[in-house]
Design a protein around this ligand. Structure first.
Ligand code: F6R
Length: 612
């Protein structure tokens, strides 16, 4: 995810900004830039690459002054390039902006501004803000009013810093659904998207809330809402994290941080893509191929590991709701099995967090060689897979640092739900059903928030089970792939042996293993296979197998069979996997920590698997 730093005070801004950018490097980025204001002019330096290159670039020597903004960019709109790197300026290069988040309606805003004569230099969504501020200033508004008027037109998410030569002693900060903190120094402010960029200078930190605008001027600050109401009671926190803690947002590990980020991750994946009234999913990345997609007769989903399990859930969703036949394949098998693919009738959809997985990339090549439409759901913008597919959807989950995928998995499930809605409404799905899915999808982030409150109780369960050396993870239908994912999570980070499977398959062999030393984790929400799942649970109980059950809130039956029960909020059956996987992530995480394992960097594993 992108990183923002701003400085206004008495010292030279550049060293503070570069230090801040370095602290934000862990978040991942592809380009960096800085702008500093001095004597009526704003000087800018940008690079594609590392902050070190920016610090060593020739342009840096011209950047002197005590007010500045800086940014590390993780491309979302427009490829990584100097042109697209922030800060972005207006037509007159007197107003500069850095921004985290996504401006959903930027195309419309850009079109209007271009019609009014504004000239854009980048492909980014961010640049519209600089031009909007320019427009409102030209209409006679002061700087602060111009920023507020601009932000009122913006739909989406932002953490933003703006400065202008016309008010050189002022820095404006604002946010909506994207974090922004203000460090309160002595006669100086350090503003950043993340406390790690601030803590070197001060521990006194104020957190801006949504739709608030802070004006930092002459060592003083004021905060008002976008509508102009003065905010007076905002407390300044003392954050006494060390640097390592700060990078992890105060969490012990990146994996835990990423588990806790999931409500926002899902919101980011849904943002601008759900039209509730029309029961539609708006997938801009598929616009160019939507007519071809209407005609396909089969979709083949190809991926590896966790992404493959997400694909399996997608298969159930799309077949049930769009009545489009779907087959999910492991990428390393797909490339060697001579798949039968027919142009116009088939499409291949690959899922990949990194966008660099060699086996998955090979599937894209296979599809292209056979003249079949290739589609991607990819997290890393500009990655090889993103570049090689005919059309694609980005997860917008931000960088995932823990090797074990968590937040990108739920994001993949979210995007696949949107895809089921998209295909469904193209084919047979009624408006009523479309609306229902859209409404339920928008409730998912809050359901996830509810599950996050169960972290402590799941820790207690993990403590009771951590010394078992084998586990089954079992589920049916939509939650069968989640059983596979739960087992993978546990084994990859705790090194405890775990197998995932379908509850219905137990009696065809695996049940032979069940005894009091081989616990099972059943994913058993109140869905269309609930009764069947309960019977399978009884079979395990009859063999003295211990059971942890994940069910739906209000279910009193599970507790009569299972030893431990975790209840999650009720949602549509197709969406239950997004919720049911979270207790399994917590369970794996706590088991690994209790066993003293390196959760973020498990042995023998790499985040991006670029070899066969
Ligand atoms: C497990 C995990 C892996 C990846 C797999 C595919 O937690 O993260 O199984 O899902 O290696 O990687 P991507 O999605 O980058 O193609």
């Amino acid at each position: 995810m992108c990183g923002i730093v701003g400085y206004i005070g008495k010292r030279e801004a550049a060293p503070v900004l570069l230090d801040g950018l370095k602290r934000l490097e862990y978040r991942g980025y592809d380009s960096a830039g800085i702008a500093i204001l001095k004597e009526g002019a704003i000087n800018v330096a940008k690079v594609v690459g590392r902050v070190k290159q920016l610090a060593e670039s020739d342009r840096m020597s011209t950047l002197q002054g005590t007010t500045g903004i800086a940014h590390t960019r993780w491309a979302t709109h427009g490829k990584p390039s100097e042109r697209n790197a922030h800060p972005h300026g207006d037509c007159t290069s007197t107003i500069f902006v850095v921004h985290n988040g996504i401006i959903e309606n930027y195309k419309e805003l850009k079109r209007n501004l271009e019609e009014e004569g504004h000239t854009f230099k980048s492909e980014t969504d961010t640049e519209v803000v600089a031009h909007l501020v320019e427009k409102f200033k030209k209409e006679g508004n002061d700087f602060e009013t111009s920023v507020k008027k601009s932000l009122k037109l913006v739909k989406g998410a932002y953490a933003i810093l703006v400065m202008t030569t016309s008010e050189p002693a002022t820095l404006i900060a604002a946010r909506l659904s994207s974090p922004l903190r203000i460090g309160m120094g002595n006669d100086e402010f350090i503003v950043a998207s993340d406390p790690s960029a601030i803590l070197n200078y001060t521990q006194e930190i104020l957190t801006l809330k949504d739709e608030e605008v802070a004006v930092l001027k002459d060592g003083e600050f004021t905060i008002t809402s976008l509508n102009g109401d003065r905010v007076i009671d905002r407390e300044v926190e003392k954050i006494d994290w060390d640097m390592e803690q700060a990078e992890k947002g105060g969490f012990a590990h990146f994996m835990l941080k990423e588990i806790f980020e999931q409500p926002e991750t899902i919101e980011n994946s849904l943002r601008g893509r759900v039209i509730v009234d029309e029961g539609l999913a708006k997938l801009g990345g598929f616009n160019a191929v939507k007519d071809e997609l209407r005609e396909i007769e089969r979709l083949t989903i190809v991926a590896c590991g966790t992404a493959y399990y997400a694909g399996q859930v997608g298969e159930y969703m799309i077949e049930e709701y769009a009545e489009l036949p779907v087959e999910t394949c492991i990428a390393s098998e797909f490339r060697y099995r001579k798949p039968i693919l027919t142009p116009k009738k088939d499409a291949v959809l690959v899922l990949s967090q990194s966008g660099e997985t060699a086996d998955t990339l090979a599937a894209v090549s296979e599809a292209r060689e056979k003249g079949v439409l290739s589609l991607g759901i990819v997290n890393v913008t500009g990655s090889t897979i993103a570049q090689n597919t005919d059309a694609g959807i980005y997860n917008h989950a931000g960088p995932e640092i823990g090797v074990a995928s968590t937040k990108v998995f739920v994001s993949q499930l979210t995007v696949l739900s949107l895809l089921a809605l998209f295909f469904g409404r193209q084919r047979h799905m009624s408006l009523t059903m479309g609306k229902r899915i859209a409404e339920e999808l928008l409730k998912i982030p809050d359901h996830v928030r509810t599950i996050l409150t169960m972290n402590d109780s799941i820790l207690e369960i993990a403590k009771r089970y951590v010394n078992y050396s084998d586990f089954y993870f079992l589920g049916r239908k939509y939650n069968y792939p989640i059983a596979l994912e739960g087992a993978l999570k546990l084994k990859e980070i705790s090194y405890i042996h775990a197998e995932g499977g379908s509850s219905g398959e137990l009696k065809h062999g695996p049940i032979a293993m069940i005894d009091p030393n081989f616990p099972s984790i059943f994913i058993c929400p109140k869905d269309s296979v609930y009764e069947k799942n309960l019977s399978n649970m009884e079979e395990v109980k009859a063999r003295q197998g211990k059971i942890i059950a994940i069910g739906t809130e209000g279910d009193d039956e599970l507790g009569k069979i299972a030893d431990d029960v975790i209840l999650i909020p009720k949602t549509l059956e197709m969406l239950t996997p997004i919720l049911s996987v979270i207790p399994l992530q917590f369970f794996a995480y706590h088991a690994a920590v209790l066993k003293g394992k390196d959760v973020d960097k498990p042995r023998n594993l790499a985040k991006s698997v670029t070899v066969e």
